[in-house]
Design a binder for this molecule. Structure first.
Ligand code: GLP
Length: 244
């Protein structure tokens, strides 16, 4: 793992954003794996800036999101569909037909999961995946458990995730279930960038980088991926000893 430590989220956004921008310039039909949450937002802001400055076009780019809540209308203000529109898609020239997010309201969830996996298999895995990490070490919505999930599946969210994410649901309960790419799907990415900032992520970051590879910390699997860059601020890196 290539670990890089910065002072501010904005600096991380620029550094991670440059990796995305360079890829898109060298491969205009790049396949991007995208994430929600606060962590990738500065990266998206850098990319929007590059588009506005005329330095970047998303015309040929395709996007594949990690996850989506179940039982939440697609256009709800807290859906990941809305998040992606507000934080990236509506501000650049990506073709909406090339943006993919699993449908958490599909009538046949199993079929939806298999089709989402097939979509990603057909492109041979995304070229570049951006990830955040949950305080419990989850990536996408792969919560700690007994095994690493191979493909996209429906998960019951853990209490700690519900606690962290319910701050966004001001007018009521947040969903208890979500669809998420499995660990196998995420690991099929050719290159992975993961971002964590703030002291609340320090324990999960330590387990991801210096703990044993175990489904008890889903992000620890990234130790076995050949091309992972970890972007941290000093607080998130605060418990690392550098011993692994
Ligand atoms: C959610 C998302 C994850 C994200 C995590 C951390 O649970 N499903 O993909 O990484 O939250 O979010 P944040 O970046 O806001 O801390």
């Amino acid at each position: 793992m290539d670990i890089r430590i910065y002072d501010t989220p904005a600096e991380i956004g620029e550094a991670a954003g440059k990796i995305f921008a360079d890829l898109i310039r060298s491969k205009p039909d790049a396949k991007l794996g995208l994430a929600t949450g606060a962590s990738p937002v500065p990266t998206y802001q850098y990319l929007i800036g590059e588009y506005e400055r005329g330095n970047l076009s998303f015309r040929g780019v395709s996007a594949y999101n990690l996850d989506e809540y179940c039982d939440l209308p697609k256009n709800d203000r807290n859906s990941y569909y809305t998040f992606m529109r507000e934080n990236l898609f509506d501000h650049v020239d990506i073709d909406p037909a090339n943006t993919h997010i699993p449908d958490g309201n599909a009538a046949d969830i199993e079929k939806e999961c298999r089709e989402y996996d097939r979509l990603i298999e057909e492109i041979g895995g995304v070229d570049l995946q951006i990830l955040g990490i949950g305080t419990d070490g989850h990536i996408g919505f792969n919560e700690p458990g007994d095994s690493f999930a191979p493909g996209t599946f429906k998960i019951k969210l853990h209490d700690s995730t519900i606690e962290s994410n319910s701050i966004y649901f001001k007018n009521g309960d947040m969903p208890r279930y979500a669809l998420t790419m499995g660990i196998g799907t995420i690991m099929s990415a050719k290159k992975i960038v993961i971002i964590a900032t703030g002291a609340s992520k320090a324990e999960a970051v330590k387990a991801m980088i210096e703990g044993e590879v175990s489904p008890a910390c889903p992000a620890s699997i990234l130790q076995t991926h050949p091309d992972v860059t970890v972007f941290l601020d000093r607080a998130a890196a605060g418990l690392l000893t550098g011993e692994k």
